[in-house]
Structures are given as structure tokens and as C-alpha cells.
Design a binder for this molecule. Structure first.
Ligand SMILES: CC(C)(COP(=O)(O)OP(=O)(O)OC[C@H]1O[C@@H](n2cnc3c(N)ncnc32)[C@H](O)[C@@H]1OP(=O)(O)O)[C@@H](O)C(=O)NCCC(=O)NCCS
Length: 184
């Protein structure tokens, strides 16, 4: 997709990000999550959430990037997004099993691509951008958590240079996550 641009998200993107999040989550997690967990948040909930997140991002250690695809100059649409976090203290930023990145100090918190655009390079473009950005922020190692059952995403992460040593966590009522890391 040559006409794909990766750029920093703004609050004006919140509704489009929420739409991609909702449909991509449904696409990826229907085989993994119960109906109750899948439908725990409405599209309106997500719009509210992403309005807050895009507003807060400039005041926190989070950065949100969108992949914008256009066929003509006036029809740009958001087809994916990624959230990265720079953790100053990789082992001290949260307690318990909520977040754990071992000695990694850069986190890929979320990545979602609209199902119509899966397999066309948007995920790779977003991930490459995020990894470059974490490196520029002087992170040495990146980590992420993924549902163990999300084999598509796991294969994508492996293609992007991440690997796992099998370290798991569970945030109930969700299923187990696997930890993936890579050097930057
Ligand atoms: C995971 C996801 C972000 C990948 O994005 P994508 O745009 O489909 O990935 P790309 O087309 O950019 O693929 C990038 C590379 O990963 C590889 N890849 C992607 N999916 C793969 C799969 N299922 N099996 C093997 N390789 C895969 C591609 O072959 C490509 O490798 P290449 O560069 O050597 O050609 C996307 O599928 C998605 O949004 N899934 C639903 C949401 C989700 O599960 N998010 C992760 C939550 S933890």
C-alpha cells in the first residue's frame, strides 16, 4: 500500500480509532472471548475512551499513531492504529501481574488493523514506525502481551522480530497472555 501514511493521532481521530478498534477486536477475538467479554463495551464507550486517550497522550508516556490510507487526495481513512509506551522503570511502573516487561523499557500496548486491510502491510508499517520511535526515545528493548490463543497476531509479532520464552500472565476474566520481546 504505497498511499499509506503513518502519523500521530489527534483527538479528531478518536471516533475513527474507536471504529477500527471495535471491528478489529470483534474480528480477532470472536473465536477467543466469550460473548459477554466481547460485548462488554459499546462503540459509544470506545469513542469516549479514545477521546480521553488521544487527549491524555500528550501528557503521558504514551504515543498513538494511525495508519491513514487514501486512494485519492480527499478520501483518507484510518485503517489501523498502534499505541506505544515508554517506561522509565521497566520493573517498577505497575504492580502485580498487570504489567511486566522484565528488563524491556518500551511497550507496544495495542495494535489493530481494520479487517478489510489485514495482510496488506499496514500492521508492518505501524510496527516499524513504533519500533523506530521507541529506539529514538532511547528504549533498548520492546515488549508486548498477546492472548496466547491469538495465533494470527503471534505470527505477525514473530515476523516483526519478537520472540517469546513462554512467560505468561492472566488478567481475569480474560484468557492467558504471552510475553513477547525484542531488542531495538
Ligand atoms: C495482527 C495485525 C495487527 C497484523 O497486521 P497486518 O496489517 O495484517 O500485517 P501485515 O500485512 O503488515 O504483515 C506483516 C508481516 O507479518 C506477517 N504476518 C501477518 N500475519 C501473519 C500470519 N497470520 N501468519 C504468518 N505471517 C503473518 C506477514 O506475512 C508480513 O510478513 P512480511 O513482511 O515478511 O511479508 C492484524 O492482523 C490485526 O489487526 N489483527 C486483529 C487485531 C489483533 O489481533 N491485534 C493484536 C492484539 S495483541
Amino acid at each position: 500500500m504505497s498511499n499509506l501514511v503513518i502519523r500521530l493521532a489527534t483527538t479528531d481521530d478518536a471516533i475513527d480509532i474507536a471504529g477500527v478498534h471495535q471491528i478489529s477486536r470483534e474480528f480477532a477475538y470472536r473465536p477467543i472471548l466469550s460473548e459477554e467479554l466481547l460485548n462488554a463495551q459499546t462503540l459509544a464507550d470506545r469513542e469516549k475512551y479514545w477521546k480521553e486517550q488521544t487527549t491524555l497522550a500528550s501528557f503521558s508516556d504514551a504515543e498513538i499513531y494511525v495508519a491513514e490510507y487514501s486512494e485519492a487526495s480527499d478520501d483518507a481513512r484510518i485503517v489501523g492504529f498502534i499505541v506505544l509506551l515508554k517506561h522509565k522503570d521497566p520493573n517498577g511502573f505497575d504492580s502485580g501481574d498487570r504489567v511486566k516487561g522484565k528488563d524491556a523499557d518500551g511497550e507496544i500496548d495495542r495494535i489493530y488493523v481494520h479487517p478489510d486491510f489485514v495482510g496488506k502491510g499496514a500492521g508492518k508499517a505501524l510496527m516499524c514506525h513504533a519500533l523506530q520511535r521507541l529506539k529514538a526515545l532511547e528504549c533498548k528493548k520492546a515488549f508486548l502481551w498477546v492472548f496466547e490463543a491469538n495465533t494470527t497476531a503471534r505470527e505477525f509479532y514473530q515476523a516483526m522480530g519478537f520472540s517469546t520464552d513462554g512467560d505468561r500472565r492472566q488478567i481475569k476474566p480474560y484468557p492467558h497472555d504471552l510475553l513477547y520481546t525484542r531488542t531495538l
